[in-house]
Ligand binder design. Structure first.
Ligand code: BDR
Ligand code: CA
Length: 318
């Protein structure tokens, strides 16, 4: 893996719903990309809370990045927070400082449109329900060809919220459908790859060993998140929480830690037990539809975690 300092830094907008793993995605994006903005969406917690959490993370990192809040609800569905995963605050488990820097705006969708029109080649990295991104694409279809691509966390060949539906896609399937049917490059970090990247006790200990407030907060967040996952899974099936969201960032900044396959992916909108499923065409017959998505297949979890650990260390001042 080449040194991060010798890479060309991607410029990106992170659209998130922090969320323990979204918080880690913010750290990775700040360290390894030019983070042009953070936009927030209702998902793991109500919008006010995910926005608050994004501001907390910005302050903990000490970065000068605008935070804009966006959609307070999915396009059709009602908001259905994942408090059973992330707690009522969205970031339960750590003693968080109150944010001191103000919110920069309340119209994330306009921020995304204006920023992507002002500068070609930005990446959009959604790690929550796809509401903001879909509304931006609907408002400004030209965006799909102006951005470098969209690298999202969502979907998979199996689900977590329901047997076949992953939370981010299930929370706003109509928005996901708009994103998956838009032209342009699309990278998908689904559950198949994110479940290979777990917050094991050894990895949490590596974070806890780092100095400073950020590392202490993240160690507590990892601990809460992992204990929650462990308590909700059959014994012996996982070693800790799946650290989903930073993989959507690393797919751009550290693509060498992944393998991927090009596939045609559709979002199921009508199934009585499969709404919100990503239907990934794995057939090997030659007349299948052309791929619309780079589906991440494997991740070198130790290498990826070292990238994350080093990012945390970078912001860890005693
Ligand atoms: C996704 O759902 C949320 O709970 C996480 O933050 C992640 O983005 C995983 O299904
Ligand atoms: Ca998320």
């Amino acid at each position: 893996m080449s040194d991060s300092s010798s890479r060309t830094r991607a410029r990106l907008i992170l659209d998130c719903d922090p969320g323990h793993d979204d918080a880690v995605a913010i750290v990775a994006a700040a360290r390894y990309a030019d983070l042009v903005g953070i936009t927030t969406v209702a998902g793991n917690a109500p919008l006010e809370q995910t926005t608050y959490n994004a501001r907390v993370m910005r302050d903990l990192l000490g970065i000068d990045v605008p935070v804009h809040s966006g959609a307070h609800r999915p396009i059709v569905e009602h908001p259905q927070p994942a408090d059973f995963v992330h707690g009522a605050s969205g970031l339960d488990g750590a003693d968080l400082p109150e944010p001191t820097t103000p919110l920069d705006g309340t119209n994330a969708v306009e921020f995304i449109v204006d920023t992507c029109r002002a500068e070609e080649g930005l990446w959009l990295v959604p790690t929550g329900p796809l509401t903001n991104i879909a509304l931006a694409l609907r408002m400004a279809p030209d965006l799909a060809d102006r951005v470098a691509g969209i690298s999202l966390m969502g979907g998979g060949t199996h689900g977590n919220r329901f047997p076949m539906a992953e939370f981010n896609i299930w929370a706003d399937p109509e928005a996901a459908n708009i994103v998956y049917t838009a032209p342009g490059r699309l990278i998908m970090a689904g559950l198949d790859v994110t479940h290979q990247f777990q917050a094991t006790p050894g990895r949490i200990a590596q974070v806890a060993a780092l100095p400073g407030r950020l590392a202490a907060v993240l160690a507590d967040l990892f601990t809460y998140f992992s204990n929650n996952y462990l308590s909700r899974h059959d014994p012996g099936t996982i070693e800790g929480a799946a650290i989903h969201d930073p993989l959507a960032v690393l797919a751009i900044t550290h693509p060498e830690v992944f393998t991927s396959v090009a596939r045609h992916v559709q979002v199921e909108l009508r199934g009585s037990v499969t709404r919100g499923m990503t239907v990934i065409d794995l057939r090997q017959i030659t007349d299948r539809p052309a791929p619309n998505c780079e589906v991440l297949a494997t991740v070198d979890a130790d290498a990826a975690f070292e990238v994350v650990r080093a990012a945390i260390e970078h912001y860890s001042t005693p």
